[in-house]
Structure formats: C-alpha cells, structure tokens
Design a protein around this ligand. Structure first.
Ligand SMILES: Cc1ncc(COP(=O)(O)O)c(C=O)c1O
Length: 392
C-alpha cells in the first residue's frame, strides 16, 4: 500500500486551461485559450533584463523585492491612485500575481474562515481558497453586464468572512467594476471587518471610456485592501513570473513571511527590468490600450460572424460568449469539437464556475494575439456552422 496524497491535492483537477493548451498543441490548433500574448515583449524591456544579467544581478534579491523595483511600484501606484505608499513597508514582490494572491490569502485567512468570490471567476481563486483551508462563498455576476445583486452580496457576508476576492478589470467577463459597485463592496467589507484582496493585473486594458478604479483608493479602504498586480499582462512577459502585493505594513509583514517560505524571492534581474518597465512614459500605456481595443473589436467581428453571442468586454483581454445557438449539449463537448475539428482552442465556460452547469453554454476566447493569428482563427471559425450542423 502506498502512502496517500493530501486531501487538498485530491481536490484539484488539472487546470482546464492548461488541458486546452495541451490539446491545442496536439491538434495544431490556434490557442485562444490561455491568456498569453504570442507577440514580442517590448524591446527596451527585454534590453533592461539583458543589461541586468550582464551587470551580474544574478543572486537572490532582497526577499520582499529589489529596492529599485519597489520604488518604481510605489511611484506608479501613486500616479495611478493618488496614494503614497512606503516601498520599505508596504510592498512584497512575488513570483507573479499568482503567488502574490496565494501569499496574501495565506497571510490573512485561517482554515475555516470564509472568502467571498464573484463568479464566474479566474480559475486560480478556488484552489487558492483550498490551499488556505478557507470556505469559498460565491456571488454571481450576471450577464449581459455581469452586475451583481447587492442583496445577494450582503447575504454572503457573515462574521467568518475574512476576505473578498475582487478582480477588476475582470477575467473572464471583461467587466470593469464601477465606483458605485466598489462602494457597495467597501461598505460591506467595513461592516464585517473583512479584507478586500483585489487583483488588478488588467488595469491598463480598459475600453469604451471605462475607468479602472483601485479599491484601495476608496475612502477608508486603504487599510483593509491588498492590491495584487504584476508585470505579466502590461508588459507582455507572462513567463517572467514577477508580480507584487501592496498592503498596510502589518499585513505586508505577514505576506512577506508567507512569500519567503513559499519561494524566497522573484527573479532578481527581471525585477531590475521591472523597475525600468514601470517607469515607461504614459505613451506606452496609451498605445497598449489602443492596440488592445483594435484586437478586441476585430475578435468581436470574427466571433459574431461565426455565430457566437458575445458579451462585449470593457476591460481585460477575453471575450465570454454564449454558445447556445450551436446546439451542443455542453461547453466541454463544444470546446473539444472546436479544438479537434475546427482547430481553435478556447476555455469551456464551466471552468469559471463553482457549479459546472452554470457555464455549460459559455466559452471564453482570449484576444492577446497577433493579427495573423486572429486572421487564421477567423478563417477556421468560419467553418464552424457547417461543421457543427454536420455533427448534430
Ligand atoms: C485575473 C488574473 N490574475 C492573475 C493572473 C496571473 O498573473 P501572473 O502571471 O502575474 O501570475 C492571470 C492570468 O491569466 C489572471 O487572469
């Protein structure tokens, strides 16, 4: 008899997104599943990393982050939110926003505590709760605008609620939370003395005049907000694994401890490049946004032409779609058909919900891709209707 694996590990299945990436490779499909750009990272940011390696910044950085990078994070945060933060006491640099999120949760959540998560949700938040021994309570975002019912949210809070996980701009829905919605959440977090852990990794990807508002900037919220962010999306370097958490000094102290024993530290030379990247001029962010609006609009045209009902995103780089028109029994069968017979990989909607049936007629596309990739996807998707009809 073999020793058992942990109950925690038994609760996890393979990430559906990674499974789709694997199937995409197997079938030589266009991967519109996992959210990573297939275009080059900015030349000057890459150069900054090369310079740092050549300058022999190749040993452990300070555990909670290279000083220069933390300084740049503080400058950028102040520019974006008006809040002055202390880089010595309020920032922890981690291995991606992914680690920043789990280290933050471990820092404030005890086993048995409850954590509120809006659903559909970025699929890591469920396992993150399991790792912490927390009980997730889900509150529904409802299409077409993915708004929540304030009463349903109020009912989810109780004295065991230690934190609410917020993600704005939102993956997978593209929702950008309004000031009014944030104020509703803030009032409840204050009333129940809970933290808000806010994942703002898509903060520079907002469209149609939508405004990204940081929860920490709302009155009274600075002290109870942990802001998670990172380099992956803004600088198209998802493989660098550099992110960070911003929180009050007491919480930062706890996050730093978790981070230290999880990973010791993020890649030292890439943090130096991060200091360079975060100080890029405003034009960089403006052109990033313009490029993404264009990609979003052409992807919407392609999907609508292929017969998908799209929920137009106001932020991030994904499009949630309704697939009811294709007549498939569920999202997983449809996604397998799409990857194997049409040659395009997507993420089945069910992977974003606690109850798979809630997403059984949805799939998510990502559009952080080169024009030629999107063109080829459009060519392939045009085959869908006839292919789907033939299948039925
Ligand atoms: C909402 C959200 N947070 C975090 C991440 C991962 O960030 P990182 O690469 O910094 O770990 C992703 C990646 O898709 C995401 O969608």
């Amino acid at each position: 008899m073999k020793p058992q694996i942990s109950q925690k590990a038994q609760q996890f299945t393979e990430s559906v997104i990674r499974e789709m990436t694997r199937l995409a490779l197997e079938h030589d499909a266009i991967n519109l599943a996992q959210g990573f750009p297939d275009f080059a990272a900015p030349e000057e940011v890459k150069e900054a990393a090369v310079r740092a390696i050549r300058a022999d910044i190749n040993q452990y950085a300070i555990t909670w982050g290279a000083r220069e990078f933390r300084q740049a994070i503080a400058e950028r945060f102040e520019r974006d939110t008006g809040l002055a933060i202390d880089p010595e006491r309020e920032i922890t640099v981690c291995c991606g926003a992914t680690e920043a999120m789990v280290a933050s949760m471990l820092a404030v959540v005890d086993p048995g505590d409850e954590v509120i998560v809006f659903e559909p949700f970025y699929e890591n938040y469920g396992p993150d709760a399991v790792i912490c021994g927390a009980v997730p309570r889900f509150v529904r975002l409802r299409p077409p605008d993915w708004s929540f019912d304030p009463e349903e949210l109020a009912a989810a809070f109780n004295r065991r609620t230690r934190a609410l996980i917020l993600n704005t701009p939102n993956n997978p829905t593209g929702k950008v939370f309004t000031r009014e919605e944030l104020a509703t959440i803030a009032a409840l977090a204050e009333r129940w003395n809970s933290y808000v852990i806010t994942d703002e990794i898509y903060q520079y990807m907002v469209y149609d005049g939508a405004e990204h508002i940081s929860m920490a900037s709302l009155p009274g919220m600075r002290e109870r907000t942990i802001t998670v962010n990172g380099m992956s999306k803004t600088y198209s370097v998802t493989g660098w694994r550099v992110g960070y958490a911003i929180a009050n000094p007491e919480v930062t102290n706890a996050i730093r401890k978790m981070h230290d024993f999880l990973t010791v530290g993020a890649a030292a030379p890439l943090q130096e490049a991060g200091a360079y990247a975060l100080r890029l001029p405003d034009e960089y962010y403006a052109s990033l946004q313009q490029a993404y609006v264009r990609r979003r609009d052409r992807t919407l045209v392609m999907l609508e032409a292929a017969g998908f009902r799209c929920f137009k995103p106001r932020g991030a780089y994904y499009i949630m779609t309704d697939i009811a028109g294709f007549g498939f029994p569920n999202d997983v069968e449809f996604s397998r058909y799409l990857v194997a017979e049409v040659g395009v990989a997507v993420v089945p909607g069910s992977s974003f919900y606690s109850q798979p049936e809630s997403g059984s007629q949805q799939v998510r596309f990502c559009f952080c891709k080169k024009d030629q990739t999107l063109d080829e996807a459009a060519r392939r998707l045009a085959r869908i209707r006839t292919g789907a009809a033939a299948k039925r």
